[in-house]
Unconditional design. Structure first.
Length: 117
């Protein structure tokens, strides 16, 4: 084997060792890009979910106001002897109270789920 052939053989052996490293580096880059994109999207969705939870919490005060006003109206209807109105206001008050509790629970569940990620 000539010196030229020996040199070519050594070069080929060296290049053969380098090729897997190039492939591994390319795979790492691909994985990093995918993970970076996924993590960015996850953070965006987490922020969006926390905003929704905050909005649900804010609804609680609206439902509390509706409950209070419906109870006032129910009492006035009772004083007037307007049973149909009393029932209507009572039902609407119950609805407001139920939703006030439910939106609070929903907000807490959303926050709990997001914080577990």
């Amino acid at each position: 084997m000539t010196n030229k052939e020996k040199a070519l053989k050594l070069i080929n052996e060296y290049l053969a060792k380098q090729e897997p490293q190039k492939i591994e580096l390319a795979l790492i880059d691909d994985i990093e890009k995918i993970l970076d994109k996924a993590n960015s999207e996850r953070r965006r969705l987490q922020n969006q979910a926390l905003k929704i939870a905050e909005d649900f919490n804010n609804l609680q005060s609206d439902y509390a106001i509706a409950f209070r006003k419906s109870k006032e109206a129910e009492n006035k209807a009772k004083e007037l002897g307007a049973d149909d109105l009393r029932k209507l206001f009572g039902n609407r008050g119950d609805e407001a109270k139920d939703y006030q509790n439910e939106v609070g629970k929903a907000a807490n569940k959303i926050k709990s789920i997001i914080n577990s990620i």
